[in-house]
Design a protein around this ligand. Structure first.
Ligand code: C5P
Length: 224
């Protein structure tokens, strides 16, 4: 599969800093950014609104094929409606990870995601960006952090967005979601073979971005 533009993939479990690090990296490079988790979260929301069970694969595939999603700055629009608040809760993340194991759903979202690889380049964040969606990416990064650090970050992030959260409960939800993502047979959460592993437990966001930019720069130098 050849790509229309260079792609950098940033995969890893929830709360490892993927979103912030990827968005900042994309901004520094002047590249596009794909938050693939938002697709699964938006689909989960759409399913709930349409009273479709989260294991009804044929109905979910149909929804996925017709998903009208748009990213505008850091806001997500579903059928023209701003849905950020509705898809950012931990409950929405849980719903997303229940539909994400369905092979048909994942297949239906492939073209949409691949179409995001446009010049001058794309930074894509998710679980299977490097392993499945963009196997030809020029630089693949797998961000991790301890479960405690990830729960703490998610806690701060959600609090900042005005959600009422409990850190203990969040820790349990995050580890449960990790288990589900890592143990599914289709596109499990796992580093691509050629991915660089970056543990962000002891790093600030700025330091993590700096590390990622160094990796991207050497990949770009090599690809010239
Ligand atoms: O990254 P985020 O927390 O928004 O993802 C929500 C859920 O969507 C994940 O827990 C995972 O189950 C699913 N997902 C996925 N593949 C991706 C991105 C997200 O399976 N590329």
């Amino acid at each position: 599969m050849s790509l229309n533009a260079p792609v950098v993939t940033v995969d890893g479990p929830g709360g490892a800093g993927k979103g912030t690090v990827s968005l900042r990296t994309a901004t520094v490079l002047g590249w596009h950014y794909l938050d693939s988790g938002a697709l699964y979260r938006a689909l989960g929301l759409l399913a709930t609104r349409n009273e479709i069970a989260l294991n009804d694969e044929p109905a979910l595939v149909k929804l996925a094929k017709n998903l009208e999603l748009e990213f505008r700055n850091d806001q997500v629009l579903l059928d023209g409606e701003f849905v950020d608040r509705l898809i950012r809760s931990e409950q929405a993340g849980d719903r997303a990870s229940r539909i994400a194991p369905l092979a048909g759903v994942r297949r239906a979202l492939l073209d949409w995601q691949r179409a995001c690889a446009k010049p001058p380049g794309l930074v894509a964040d998710g679980r299977d960006m490097g392993s499945v969606v963009f196997p030809a990416a020029i630089c693949k990064i797998y961000l991790t952090a301890s479960a405690e650090a990830r729960a703490k970050r998610r806690f701060n992030q959600l609090r900042l967005k005005g959600f009422d959260v409990n850190i203990r409960q969040l820790f349990e939800e995050i580890t449960e979601r990790d288990q589900r993502d890592a143990n599914r047979p289709v596109s499990p959460l796992r580093p691509a073979e050629d991915a660089f592993l970056l543990d962000t437990t002891e790093l600030t966001i700025e330091q993590a971005v700096e590390e990622v930019l160094k990796l991207v720069q050497s990949a770009l130098d090599l690809s010239e």
